[in-house]
Design a binder for this molecule. Structure first.
Ligand code: HAM
Length: 421
């Protein structure tokens, strides 16, 4: 038997219904908040992620699925959605739209070669929202509030927003210098990854999972103390607008994020679910005011977030939060002879086109077994076709809960079901 690949999964049955339900909630939020759907390719030139996500990030150095195609191109399966959206924004000149900023949302599979564990897969699905072309701090607050409101609507409680500001490049440079001189005497007592990061990207040491509890990191200088006046004012405005939206948050100076494109606001939303372990970050994002320029586009401030739908579904199911209804049919069409079957085929289409979720017997079962099948489908109404009744223009309808049988005129069948379902 051929089995699925490590870090991938199948979704079917009730899980699939829950999946669709979550996606419906997400898309309706995106529409209400005035975001347009964008779909970009699953594979892109490797260079996009090297230049976009960052040469020193774990994602690019350790986790991408890279390959040469038959034309010897360097291709990467997308590890995240932002870089592709920015490429598309530049390539399709969306910056020329009369309607700025561009508010976009996406939903698709991403690939990271990570160690699979609960809520962490190699093929996973992210939905994300990006606003390109506005530097207003109200957009930062909107982007942080969106996943919170979606999660709350789905039934999650005890959500926590951890927020930080990386400031502008001047603030970050000052901070990096302070951090390097603080860490220098201690670096040999940190993990091997941190020792590498010290040379390439010292800020990333702050969110190291292995050294998270080390006193050295706890006592490190705080980014927020190094923000210049402009960056500090901007951060205060974001916090003020979050207050306007009634979103609780905690300033966490250790949030630096694993992708290199951020400046100013960065945030992570966690759910207090122990089964998720370190994968309890349900959504994360931040401002990336220089990514468009770095990818050869015009100067464009931008802000966004992404959420792992698989991780979200795992969280909701772990907490037993009801999502989609169990499978149920409105009507099940039953028959015995060919004449009844032919009419049944016609009637089933009529019912379906009138919006009733309908199935017709399709495995030549005996009448007794058709009743059993209707129960398996959890059908609300049984349409029991009978040649004698059909000759008189009548259809037998059985309410599968009260067991009451009614003979309904053929022409009234839609109205009858409409009235009762
Ligand atoms: P990220 O923090 O790498 O950010 O991923 C965002 C979310 O994707 C995570 O919080 C998590 O829910 C989900 N996720 C990441 N890796 C996995 C995995 N292996 N398995 C399951 N879920 C996963 C980004 O991707 C940025 N593009 C976010 C962003 C958008 N920043 C600005 N705009």
């Amino acid at each position: 038997m051929i089995t699925k690949q490590k870090g991938t999964y199948d979704i079917y049955g009730q899980k699939a219904r829950n999946w669709n339900y979550i996606n419906q909630v997400i898309s309706s939020f995106a529409e209400i908040y005035n975001y347009d759907y964008i779909r970009t390719p699953i594979f892109e030139a490797s260079e996009l992620f090297h230049r976009g996500v960052g040469e020193t990030s774990d994602i690019v150095t350790k986790e991408t699925y890279d390959f040469h195609d038959r034309g010897e191109r360097n291709i990467t399966l997308r590890p995240e959605g932002t870089a592709g959206v920015v490429r598309s924004y530049i390539e399709n000149k969306l910056y020329g739209s009369p309607c700025m900023p561009q508010k976009l949302y996406y939903n698709g599979t991403m690939y990271r070669y990570e160690r699979p564990q609960s809520g962490r897969n190699r093929e996973f699905t992210q939905f994300g929202m990006e606003v390109l072309g506005s530097n207003d701090p109200l957009i930062d607050a909107e982007i942080i509030s969106l996943p919170i409101k979606i999660f709350e609507t789905l039934g999650l409680k005890n959500l926590k927003v951890n927020i930080n500001s990386l400031g502008d490049s001047e603030s970050r440079k000052r901070y990096e210098e302070a951090l390097i001189s603080y860490l220098k005497p201690h670096i040999s007592s940190l993990c091997e990854d941190c020792q590498n990061r010290f040379l390439k990207n010292p800020l990333r040491i702050l969110d190291c999972k292995k050294d998270a509890d080390s006193e050295i990191l706890k006592n490190a200088p705080k980014m927020t103390d190094y923000l210049n006046d402009e960056s500090k004012k901007r951060f205060d405005q974001v916090l003020n607008y979050l207050d306007c939206l009634d979103i609780n948050y905690e300033i966490n100076p250790n949030i630096v994020r694993g992708l290199d494109y951020y400046d100013h606001t960065v945030f992570e939303i966690t759910a207090d679910i122990k089964e998720l372990g370190s994968g309890n970050v349900l959504a994360a994002g931040g401002r990336y005011n220089h990514l468009v320029e770095n990818l050869d586009g015009p100067e464009t401030p931008a802000m966004g977030f992404a959420c792992g739908i698989d991780r979200l579904l795992f969280a909701l199911e772990t907490l037993d939060i009801p999502l989609a209804d169990e499978k149920q049919l409105d009507a099940y069409v039953m028959y015995v002879n060919d004449e009844e079957k032919e009419y049944g085929i016609y009637l089933t289409q009529e019912l379906r086109l009138n919006g009733f979720k309908t199935e017709i017997e399709n495995c030549s079962r005996s009448l007794k077994n058709q009743f059993k099948q209707a129960d398996r489908y959890n059908a609300k109404y049984l349409i029991i076709l009978n040649s004698e009744d059909l000759k008189n223009g009548l259809i037998q309808v059985k309410d599968n809960i009260t067991k009451e049988i009614t003979k309904v005129k053929e022409v009234d069948i839609i109205d009858h079901l409409d009235l009762h379902i």
